[in-house]
Design a binder for this molecule. Sequence first.
Ligand code: ADP
Length: 358
Amino acid sequence: MQPQDALVLQDLQHDYANLRAVDGVSLSIKAGEVVCLVGPSGCGKSTVLRLAAGLEPLQKGRVAMRGSVVGDPERRVRVPPEQRHIGLVFQDFALFPHLTVGANVAFGVSHLPAAARMTRVQETLRQVNMEAYVDAYPHALSGGQQQRVALARALAPEPSVLLLDEPFSGLDERLREQVRDDTLGLLRRNGTAALLVTHDPEEALFMADRLYLMRNGRIVQSGPPQELYFRPVDRFVAEFFSRVNEMQGVVRAGWIESPLGRLPAGDWQEGARVIIAFRPEAATLLSAGAAADGAQALTAIVQDTHFLGTGWVVHVLARDLDGAEVELAVRLAGRPPQAGQSVRVQVPPEALFLFAET
Ligand code: ADP
């Protein structure tokens, strides 16, 4: 544990009745870092955030903030949430409906003298572009505006770490992107450390300096977004971020035989069954018979094409190693070939993921 760590969670474990919701979770957030805890619904993310905040009693493990332990059941340490220097933002905004915007934001800085409190409220509302609404009541604001006020309220006391639980999920898509952009800009400008819980892979990639991917109460991989996207440790991680094409491979005579050609076997054992996977945008399509240019390639027939605005998705039908038909998706920036055409699907070797068949 380093004093510069805004938040450190060590080996947290949490049971609800007979369900182990959190199972050995450790993570750390440095000062100024935006960290995302991401994973499918029900994997335990909110529970981790609630344990970090002190909203849920800690059963096992340790929570420390800026070098001091704030939760440790073995040492009977349980600093209450309001003394942890955290800011909280939830999906449902949770503004006080009977208080004005200004009074909502002032709530967390009531210890300041009146004049300083007023200045702080105005400053924070200005940062989220809501200073004109200081006297408005929450019900008169749009969802995006309410979320900006919620963010201002959480930031006004200058917390050591901001904890955000699905903060953009209640907003419609266009607004969500805008509020997300604005929030990230604000965190960066203030150098605020943040732990953001989300089930949305795109949001996690967009927001995070580092992310932790959770499954069934455990962290399966952590690192910078590009590391998880391009070097997933298993199929679950690979498939969490986008559709992944999968084909069969088998190790024979020191090579992995696959529909894409022979690949170096590396550490794979003779006879091992390997899943050869790649993302749709990793592949390119060439006309049939074109040279494969050092990359792995296979022949396929175009099934259909779908325009996405930013490009195309092309579905092609190929043969797997055992001869069965397999449908692959390829994302192209430019014009796609036509349905029925025979094509070469080419994938650079570094874009292939190799997973053990389970
Ligand atoms: P996530 O935030 O990833 O959706 P949660 O932390 O909310 O996951 O929940 C993890 C698991 O614990 C889920 O199976 C959920 O149903 C269960 N759970 C969450 N809160 C409670 C609770 N208060 N009582 C019993 N089970 C709960």
